[in-house]
Design a protein around this ligand. Structure first.
Ligand code: TXA
Ligand code: MG
Length: 343
């Protein structure tokens, strides 16, 4: 299959949106830009189209998809918000939609089980990217996970989607580089005896600090062997094919003769002094200069992708500060490191 690449720039973006909607209505899948990472979209109410998403991504069907809506009022088409959390959900929407916050809520019966992998909840988000929002507004709710093959690095540019899914899908809309660069924060808003609680299922661009302004935040931990509540918590998600090791202090990494090493550093020479440890085959700096976590987040998957393509034996990664969006960067780094660790 030929994969068409359409640039959604100022003059042509309506045509690009129309073309995407036509394909979605025909039961096809298309890659669309969002502010977090690119998504692979299908009509949320068409199980055959949704099945194509799983097939193209080689994604196991136990891993549910996020549903994107184009306007707040469409929430009721995909979710049934319980009375007791209506005010909480309204507050979350007011502060963070459109944006990088995904809400896990009881699902509407119209949403096929395939979308939610049989869970009685659905993950919903309203993207801040005009193209994704407009497509979802004109077409209606669309299911769209990240546009990468399962277990691989999420794409933050149309070019990266082409590398992942070129030849497998009919259309990629190029809406520029993703503004946030990391997948959305996923929370389940709940009411407890002690009041409202936001259960954090995946850290992302909307930080814990920001969420705490609205309600208490509780991190969901997966006990080994316990059923997974959000399959996105699988340790090996978001991984490069190259083994990756997080190195906090120079002594933790001893280079071996003849091996090719790559360095992922936060701000270059000023960091944990890893730069002089060996003759790096490749280096990528997340935020050159003073170091800014938001810039590091935007560049994170791009840098990982570049290092992954450099034919290395090992990627050595320097940790970033565990605050704000740094929590989400560390989450993805730890998963990448866990992917190759012997069980
Ligand atoms: O930023 C994002 O969220 C991107 C853009 C494209 O929207 N999407 C994304 O989708 O990251 P995906 O499928 O790669 O990750 C969605 C995660 C999955 O790990 C899935 O397990 C979790 O959301 N999820 C989906 N439905 C859920 C549910 N009902 N309960 C708990 N977790 C859910
Ligand atoms: Mg993904």
């Amino acid at each position: 299959m030929d994969t068409k690449l359409l640039v959604a720039d100022f003059e042509d973006w309506r045509d690009a949106v129309a073309e995407a909607v036509t394909l979605l209505e025909a039961g096809e899948v298309v890659a669309l830009p969002t502010e977090t990472v690119y998504g692979l979209a299908a009509c949320a109410f068409n199980p055959e189209a949704v099945a194509k998403v799983f097939e193209v991504k080689e994604r196991p069907t136990f891993d549910p998809l996020i549903v994107h809506i184009g306007r707040e009022s469409d929430l009721e088409k995909v979710a049934l918000v319980p009375e007791e959390i209506k005010a909480l959900v309204a507050q979350l929407i007011e502060h963070h939609w459109p944006g990088a916050l995904t809400l896990v809520l009881p699902k509407h019966p119209d949403v096929p089980d395939l979308v939610t992998s049989g869970l009685d909840t659905v993950a919903v988000r309203l993207s801040a990217h005009e193209v994704m929002r407009e497509v979802a507004k004109v077409h209606g709710p669309i299911a769209a996970p990240s546009a990468n093959r399962f277990g691989r690095i999420s794409p933050t540019s149309a070019q990266a989607v082409m590398e992942e899914l070129g030849g497998r899908i009919p259309l990629i809309i190029d809406g520029g580089a993703c503004r946030d660069g990391l997948e959305s924060t996923i929370i389940a808003p709940t009411m407890t005896e002690k009041g409202p609680v936001l259960r954090l299922l995946r850290p992302g661009p909307v930080s814990k600090e920001e969420l705490r302004l609205i309600a208490k935040v509780e991190k969901v931990r997966n006990k080994p062997g316990a059923a997974i509540e959000a399959p996105g918590q699988i340790a090996s998600h978001y991984a490069p094919a190259t083994p990756l090791m997080i190195v906090e202090k120079p002594g933790q990494f001893v280079p071996e003769e003849g091996k090719k090493y790559g360095l992922l550093t936060y701000r270059g020479s000023g960091g944990a002094c890893l730069i002089n440890l060996t003759d790096w085959t490749a280096t990528q700096t997340l935020s050159p200069g003073k170091g800014k976590l938001s810039e590091a987040a935007v560049r994170f998957f791009y840098c990982l992708r570049e290092l992954d393509a450099a034919g290395l034996d090992l990627i050595v990664a320097e940790p970033v500060a565990n605050t704000g969006v740094g929590v989400a960067i560390m989450d993805r780094l730890k998963r990448a490191a866990a992917a190759h660790r012997p069980a």
